[in-house]
Design a protein around this ligand. Structure first.
Ligand SMILES: [Zn+2]
Ligand SMILES: [Zn+2]
Length: 379
């Protein structure tokens, strides 16, 4: 498996054992170029917006997965929104106006940091519709999703106020839906898409994973978890399983300069090492098993593949940022996207008109004396 070249070193192919599983209905280019492939009816396209860890690097944004479905509405779902993930989103040329459905697996900062960007900055980029956010509740309401969403809205008060009278702010509000964290339940059914949440085991009560079903295809996302039976039961026989996978503790300790004891705790108590992921993959038997939330660093990839291969021989992918999966009845195709690094926000349809509310603020008195009248000076 070490023949793979990761994207940060110029590799253009996904880190996968099987770029094509099954028989694709369409010929697809080796590399996915955003904007060149319309979704087909019955297709789910999954793009990794963030494959990395809390300490964001240029090569890996923090956790986030984009799910696009080929229904008439071309619905778009974001599963987690870690730091840096929206930079990758822009490159995929998916309209910012479609970012209305956010599903958070849990409230660790590496899974939610770009939610602030979505609610503040992306309104300035032309996002007009309110956002709906799903995520786990908690035994303690202060730790639940509703409190998080309300707190971010409060934290963005200055940002929102600054837009008054100059920018349409209809997209700056969110509705939070807390999902059960102790049982599996269908939480979303619209436009031919069903989403089911299931509880997972990750440090505190409140962490969940999601299963997306559309037109007979299914994608399951673990969020952060130890190997968990609730996930296996919700995921069995799915087409694409995106399961968190950490480096083995010894490798993790070496790369992160952590004491081994601390690495063993982090990896084994809160997460899933590759040999344990192999067991989950074997129980679920997805068409494609994807390891996600793992360092992709040259010299540290072999232990990941060796670990998973010790117990699982099916198709497997190590997710990088911008790994793209096309899931159709005939096949799962796994590629890397090639994006423009300067792609600006793409605008699509909205349910709201662009309407500016309120009057701009009067300028504070001291600005009159402090303002440099550069236009007069240049005239
Ligand atoms: Zn976490
Ligand atoms: Zn995490």
């Amino acid at each position: 498996m070490s023949v793979f070249t990761p994207a940060y070193l110029g590799g253009v192919h996904a880190l996968t054992s099987d770029p094509v599983v099954g028989t694709p209905e369409l010929d697809r280019a080796d590399i996915y170029t955003p904007g060149t492939e319309e979704l087909t009816e019955g297709e789910i396209r999954v793009s990794i917006l963030g494959s990395g860890l809390p300490w964001v690097t240029k090569s890996q944004a923090a956790g986030s997965v984009l799910v696009e479905v080929g229904n008439v509405q071309r619905d778009v779902f974001v599963l987690d929104l870690g730091a840096g993930s929206l930079a990758n989103f822009s490159g995929l040329r998916v309209p910012v106006t479609s970012l209305k459905n956010v599903f958070l697996s849990h409230l660790h900062a590496d899974h939610v940091a770009d939610y602030l960007t979505l609610m503040g900055s992306y309104v300035k980029a032309g996002r007009l519709d309110p956002v709906e956010v799903w995520g786990g509740g908690s035994d303690d309401p202060a730790l639940g999703l509703a409190e998080f969403v309300a707190s971010i809205e409060k934290a963005l008060a200055w940002d929102l106020e600054s837009m008054r009278g100059s920018v349409a702010t209809s997209g700056a509000s969110a509705t939070a839906y807390e999902v059960p964290y102790d049982r599996t339940e269908v939480i979303y059914e619209r436009n031919g898409v069903t989403i089911t949440s299931f509880p997972v085991i990750h440090i505190l009560n409140g962490a969940v994973g999601y299963r997306v079903d559309y037109a007979g295809q299914s994608v399951v996302f673990s969020g952060d978890t130890r190997p968990t039976m609730t996930l296996v039961e919700a995921a069995r026989g799915c087409d694409l399983l995106i399961h968190e996978t950490f480096l083995p503790p010894e490798t993790f300790a070496e790369l992160m300069s952590f004491p081994l004891e601390k690495a063993i705790f982090v990896v084994n108590e809160a997460h899933t090492p590759p040999d344990a992921a192999a067991i989950v993959f074997g129980m679920v038997e997805p068409r494609m098993a994807a390891m996600w939330h793992c360092h992709v660093v040259e010299g540290y990839m072999d232990p990941v593949f060796e670990g998973v291969r010790a117990g699982y021989s099916g198709p497997v992918t190590l997710c990088q940022d911008l790994t793209v999966f096309n899931v159709t009845p005939g096949a799962v195709v796994t590629r890397q996207a090639a994006i423009s690094l300067v792609q600006q926000a793409t605008i699509g349809p909205s349910e709201n008109e662009y309407t500016v509310d309120g009057e701009p603020h009067p300028n504070p008195g001291w600005w009159a004396d402090a303002t440099i009248d550069w236009q007069s000076m240049l005239a």
